[in-house]
Each structure stands twice: as structure tokens, then as C-alpha cells.
Design a binder for this molecule. Structure first.
Ligand SMILES: Nc1ncnc2c1ncn2[C@@H]1O[C@H](COP(=O)(O)OP(=O)(O)OP(=O)(O)O)[C@@H](O)[C@H]1O
Length: 297
């Protein structure tokens, strides 16, 4: 039984107050013979702080209570340890928890603390950064960066920024060499996907498996404005491959060049980074243990 549980709380994620939540979690654990410990992120030096805490204290599992950024932080701190990651989805983007079938309602997610199944999944390294879920280059990375810098949150702000950026957006050229093939061309966006679904519910990589030792490069090629509604429709209906403007490359490793650019904007698990080119991507098979709901009979 997982007895000593550490909850890593991001106090600002998703604009959700977490003051009462701590009491709820502590009582919930106590009633079931578990002990809850809490760690608050500060936004500064969080990885080193969490790693230091994990060296000082013995826990049986660590829960990320926040969005994909908090999940990325906790997952990274757990690499190389036998400890499993639990997720309480409390961010504006909760993509990995959706892909793992974790309920999005916090009251429904709490039972994961004591009823769960252990699953081992792959993670990615993207340009030297750890990614547990999705990374991308191109249009979405640009929107994520602007969203990150802005002071408004929520899906409304994302759509507003996306609409502004879409007008006049110039797709870049990419040269992608994988362990299987080479592809060269312009792309509106290029998603590096171990998982399936963005926090926004866009299904960028239908049927991609989190534990198959492979990942997918999901390309949306330049398209005329008139095709945008049908592409969006395909993205929300698990029909990525049905569009004339999409393609997926499945692989274990890839090298992405962007001719003429010495650095490029890359979004990794919701956080924007400017990374030197070429970008190397590798799958790290079976590198993370996660707690997932027990399937209903
Ligand atoms: N105490 C804090 N104050 C300010 N920022 C913080 C704090 N703790 C963590 N952060 C920042 O929160 C971000 C991660 O947020 P997370 O993805 O968990 O939630 P989110 O609501 O989905 O995030 P966002 O809305 O920013 O995408 C990281 O950039 C991290 O540096």
C-alpha cells in the first residue's frame, strides 16, 4: 500500500484556489490510513527544490496537483526513482491526465489516492528538455508563448491570440530525419507526441500509445483558409489522418532542422522555450510509473 503521499501543489495553476483542497486531501488520506505531505511550488528553482526534498524524505508516491507544467516538474523529479506519479488535474491544461483516463472533476479524481493501477509509460527528451506529454514547433508554440506572457487565461484568451496570430502567419520549412525516413517541407505546426490529446481536447495523435517505445511527429501542412473548419473538425473528432493537409511520422528518434534558423520556439508540456537547432528528439521507453484509475467492470 502507498502510505506516505507527497502532494506537489501549484498554488496558481488554473486560477483555482487550493486552500480548502489541502484540508480535503489530508482528511481523505487520514480516513484511509495514508499520510498526506504537501509541497508548494514557487515558480523558481522548483525542480531542484523538489529533488532535494525527495532525497531527504521517503515517500511512496508523489501527486502533481496542478496543470501539465506541474506534471512535467514532478515526473522529471521522479525519473530514475521507483516512485509512481499521481495526478490531480488542477490546471488550465491537463492533457496527460486526460490521456490517462483520470477524471477531470477533482472530487472524482480524489479516489485515485487509494484506488489505482500502476502503469509504466514512455517519456520524451526534446532538445534536452524532458516532456511527459506533448511538445511542438510552429503555430501552436507561438500561441502558447503569447498566452504565457499575457495576463489573461482560459480558452477564450487562447482563441483570441490564435486568431490574431493566424493572420499573416508564415509556416517554416523543416527537415526531419527519423530512424525510419526523411521528410522535408513547410509545416503550419509540428507536434511531437508521446500522447494523444491537448488540454484543449484537440486530438493531435489519435491511437498514439504512451507505452509502445515510439512517438509520433504530427504535421499540419500549410492549408488555405477555407480548409480551416474541416481541419479543426478532424482534430476534434479523432480523425487527424483524414485531412489532406496532415501526416504523421512514427519513430524512436528524430532530428529536426529548421533551415536558416539557429534557434526555434518549442512548446514543451505547455511551457515555451527557445532552443538551438537542430532539435534532437528521443523516446525514453518505460521511464515513468503513473497511477491510473482502476477500469470499471
Ligand atoms: N507559486 C507560483 N507562482 C507563480 N508561478 C508558479 C508558481 N508555481 C508554479 N508556477 C508556474 O506555473 C507554471 C505551471 O503551471 P501548470 O501547467 O501547472 O498550470 P496551468 O494552469 O495549466 O498553467 P498555465 O495556465 O500557466 O498554462 C510554470 O510555469 C511554473 O513556473
Amino acid at each position: 500500500m502507498l502510505r506516505h503521499l507527497l502532494f506537489v501543489l501549484n498554488p496558481v495553476s488554473g486560477d483555482i484556489s487550493k486552500t480548502d483542497l489541502e484540508d480535503t486531501i489530508a482528511a481523505y488520506c487520514q480516513q484511509r490510513g495514508r499520510t498526506a505531505h504537501f509541497h508548494h511550488t514557487s515558480g523558481q528553482d522548483d525542480l531542484a527544490q523538489l529533488q532535494a526534498r525527495l532525497l531527504r524524505h521517503a515517500y511512496d508516491a508523489v501527486f502533481a496537483a496542478g496543470g501539465d507544467g506541474t506534471v512535467n516538474l514532478v515526473a522529471q523529479a521522479l525519473l530514475g526513482t521507483p516512485l509512481p506519479l499521481g495526478i490531480l488535474p488542477l490546471g488550465s491544461g491537463n492533457g496527460l491526465s486526460k490521456d490517462l483516463g483520470i477524471p477531470q472533476d477533482i472530487d472524482e479524481a480524489l479516489p485515485l489516492i487509494w484506488q489505482h493501477r500502476l502503469r509504466t509509460i514512455d517519456t520524451l527528451r526534446v532538445g534536452g528538455h524532458f516532456a511527459a506529454h506533448l511538445a511542438d514547433l510552429g503555430f501552436n508554440a507561438l500561441v502558447v508563448e503569447r498566452f504565457d506572457k499575457g495576463d489573461t487565461r482560459g480558452p477564450g484568451a487562447y482563441v483570441r491570440i490564435a486568431t490574431q496570430e493566424y493572420i499573416g502567419y508564415e509556416p517554416a520549412t523543416y527537415i526531419i530525419e527519423t530512424d525510419r525516413e526523411t521528410w522535408q517541407g513547410k509545416a503550419f505546426m509540428l507536434t511531437i507526441a508521446n500522447a494523444n490529446t491537448f488540454g484543449s481536447n484537440v486530438i493531435i495523435n489519435p491511437n498514439g500509445q504512451l507505452d509502445d517505445g515510439e512517438f509520433e511527429l504530427c504535421l499540419i501542412e500549410p492549408f488555405p483558409g477555407a480548409a480551416a473548419p474541416s481541419i479543426l473538425y478532424h482534430l476534434y473528432t479523432s480523425a487527424f489522418d483524414a485531412s489532406n493537409y496532415t501526416r504523421r511520422l512514427r519513430c524512436r528518434k528524430a532530428r529536426i532542422q529548421v533551415p536558416g534558423e539557429t534557434q526555434v520556439l518549442v512548446q514543451v508540456d505547455g511551457e515555451p522555450h527557445r532552443l538551438p537547432t537542430p532539435i534532437a528528439v528521443d523516446i525514453q521507453p518505460g521511464s515513468l510509473r503513473v497511477l491510473v484509475p482502476v477500469p470499471a467492470n
